[in-house]
Design a protein. Structure first.
Length: 326
């Protein structure tokens, strides 16, 4: 089990939805109830499978799967929304599913992106993952109340066309992985939930800046509203990438904090200069992919603290408590 989503049920129970990896690297999304001891998460009661890779766009010739889910309760839609990476014929794409009870999930389909002539490219060409939904409507760049999704496109098209290389959009001079945001009009989504799979008004939110994120950054936990801004725990990657490898043994994944402006989610208010969490324990330094701390879930508490759940070396799940200071 690794890289879980989490969500509180209507009766207050906390559930994890981890990535489960079977033979041939085939991934599913599991479901489990978190067991607490004196208020701290101490274990998980396994409750089966939440999502299987059943669709054509979730398989490819080598493997496939549904993995690295994130879950957001969106009160305005009265639904839990899951985003996940679907490993299909064209590489990882963003899938979306909805649930009313955290038991049964209905696929909404793969995310798609409106053409923006200013970018001079089609975002649907590219692999994309690490998608996170905001829990309430925000203002799109044109002011329209919208549901927003953070995501991390990858500009290298060699996956589907060897030799194509990196072809980033116009105006994107740095091809490293970055956090983007796109928007779906709230009025249309509330009339038809499937409209949540189509996004427009794409903007870059944050690029790599620090040495610990020199290779790329990407979303981690779904945004949480605080008085200072939208709190996001994200991941940064440093080290050396080996071309053509799915598992990268020479990189280090760490976690940082980012605050986005409440009224303009394309604007970063504050950001970590050093990692919040980095691989230091045995379980984080040694595993299927060593030196990985990969945040994917957050359980906020009423006192301003929160529990962060994260993948440890692609092998197990870790938990850390985040405290507010100042």
């Amino acid at each position: 089990m690794l890289n879980p989503a989490c969500a509180r049920s209507r009766d207050g129970e906390l559930y994890l939805f981890p990535r489960l990896v079977a033979k041939e690297n085939l991934s599913r999304v599991g479901r489990g109830r978190v067991i607490f001891d004196h208020g701290s998460p101490m274990g998980v009661e396994r409750l089966g499978i939440a999502l299987e890779p059943d669709e054509v766009w979730e398989h490819n010739a080598r493997t496939g799967g549904v993995e690295d889910p994130r879950i957001t309760w969106i009160r305005g839609l009265e639904a839990y929304l899951m985003t996940y990476a679907a490993y299909g014929p064209l590489g990882p794409r963003i899938g979306l599913a909805a649930s009313n009870d955290l038991l049964s999930w209905r696929r909404l389909g793969p995310a798609s992106f409106d053409y923006d002539p200013g970018l001079k490219t089609d975002l649907n060409l590219y692999s994309n993952k690490d998608a996170l939904l905001f829990p309430e409507t925000v203002a799109a760049p044109d002011g329209t109340p919208s549901y927003a999704m953070l995501h991390r496109p990858t500009w290298d098209l060699s996956w589907i066309a060897p030799g194509e290389g990196e072809l980033p959009p116009a105006g994107v001079g740095d091809p490293r992985g970055a956090i983007w945001v796109s928007f779906a009009p709230a009025e249309e989504v509330e009339a038809n939930l499937n409209r949540l799979t189509r996004y427009g008004q794409h903007r870059v939110v944050a690029m790599p800046e620090q040495p610990w994120e020199e290779l790329k950054i990407g979303g981690g936990t779904p945004p949480v509203r605080t008085k200072d801004g939208w709190l996001l725990v994200y991941h940064g990657v440093a080290g050396k990438l080996v071309p053509g490898r799915d598992h990268q043994p020479e990189v280090v994944y760490s976690a940082g904090l980012m605050l986005l402006d409440i009224d303009d989610v394309t604007r970063v208010v504050a950001r970590s200069t050093t990692p919040l969490l980095e691989p230091s324990t045995e379980g984080e330094r040694n595993g299927i992919v060593p030196n990985v701390v990969f945040p994917t879930a957050i359980d906020p508490h009423g006192d301003g603290s929160a529990d962060i759940f994260y993948g440890m070396a692609d092998s197990r799940i870790g938990a850390a408590r985040l405290f507010r200071t100042g």
